[in-house]
Design a protein around this ligand. Sequence first.
Ligand code: DX5
Ligand code: ZN
Length: 219
Amino acid sequence: MEKILAPSILSADFTNLNQSIRAVELAGVKWLHCDVMDGHFVPNITFGPLVISSLRKITELHLDVHLMITDPDRYINDFARAGSDTITVHQEACIHLNRTINSIKELGKNAGVSINPATPVSTLFEIMEFVDLVLIMSVNPGFGGQKFIKSSLNKISELNKIRTEKNLKFQIEVDGGIDRTTIKECLNAGCDVFVAGNSVFNSDNITASAIELNNLIKT
Ligand code: DX5
Ligand code: ZN
């Protein structure tokens, strides 16, 4: 499966998102990870569909929208219309997860499901055949720049093994604490999509950092 770097704009300069996006586009990146936080599901607030539709106007990158919000069903339509490509909801936030995933797919979008560090892979058993992507959180969601939780590697391997056994096609994504070292470890565990906030946008040279991380997953 293709290996994809998804820089997270959470760590970008919000006074000049346009320039930040050009910098990763220049590196040949294909995806942009957008962290939506509501101050309820996670202890932080970021942005909503308005920012997604503004980004849609200035880039053709695949917009990978990570909804860290309670009751995501209320907003899926808005995020789809804003121009998201992948919409990922949290297993912990969805009472009727199967219905939520179906609604995302009916809107013509890729549907993803995410689990927090303390949530086991087994909670996804009944939904994995219906999703396009599974996002393993390797930090407790809410903030950029946190330390990678090592046990996430076991979860990626476990998920990869089940995917092969069941002959399923979903992508495995990891999010949180991804740097030059952890990206390789996740790659070896069977990951396909690598979210990187701080290690791309908080570096001296955004383009060079994105190229370096991209090279690590392509080789
Ligand atoms: C964390 C967010 C991440 C965040 C990752 O709650 O979901 O996408 O941007 O940031 P880093 O790569 O700095 O850990
Ligand atoms: Zn994220």
